[in-house]
Design a protein around this ligand. Sequence first.
Ligand code: ZN
Ligand code: ZN
Length: 214
Amino acid sequence: MTAPSGMETLEGGVLPVIIMDLLTPNLADITPEGLSLTGDITGDEIGLTREDTNLSGALAVGLDLTKVEQTICVTGVIEGTAVRECVRCLKDFEEPMAFSLRVVFEPEPNAKPKAGALAAKRVDARRKQAEPVQLETDETGDEIYHYQGDRLDLAPMLREQVILSAPMHPLCKEDCAGLCAHCGKDLNEEPCQCPVEPERSPFHVLRGLKTELN
Ligand SMILES: [Zn+2]
Ligand SMILES: [Zn+2]
């Protein structure tokens, strides 16, 4: 059985019914009281690759949908565990992930680019850490996605929100000592024997002080 990508979720038959409902809710099911969706989803089910975000296990998703005319407001919480690479020691570590989201879905305007294309652009920009691109938001600052027909396709939005929630500079621990720039030794394990270069290290004064105090 092959895992469906986020692009294929509207074509029935591939996904189990419960996932279909969670990721592609029917607009008609959003009553005046709203619609609550909860469940576990895998990265595959929302088109999230290991390169996007490496998940350990499934994501717990809890979403509340409310509808005002053709505009659907989606709020909720996503929880899971991500495997990230520490920017200092380059080791993989597991990090709890929990974030809330609040986005708006509006009917696809014919002349505008597809929401998926916009989303891809924004994610690319985030990856390159370039100038922030202009997010499409409404007057309250909520991010806007678009839908067509009588169902929402939540998978691309969820994938994007998971990627955007990632820290820019993941650290395995706040004070990770990193690797020695000369010998590559993991300085979290023990100090290496490389000579300190006093004139080039901005920390030599501090190190000296610390040695005297000890
Ligand atoms: Zn580290
Ligand atoms: Zn060293």
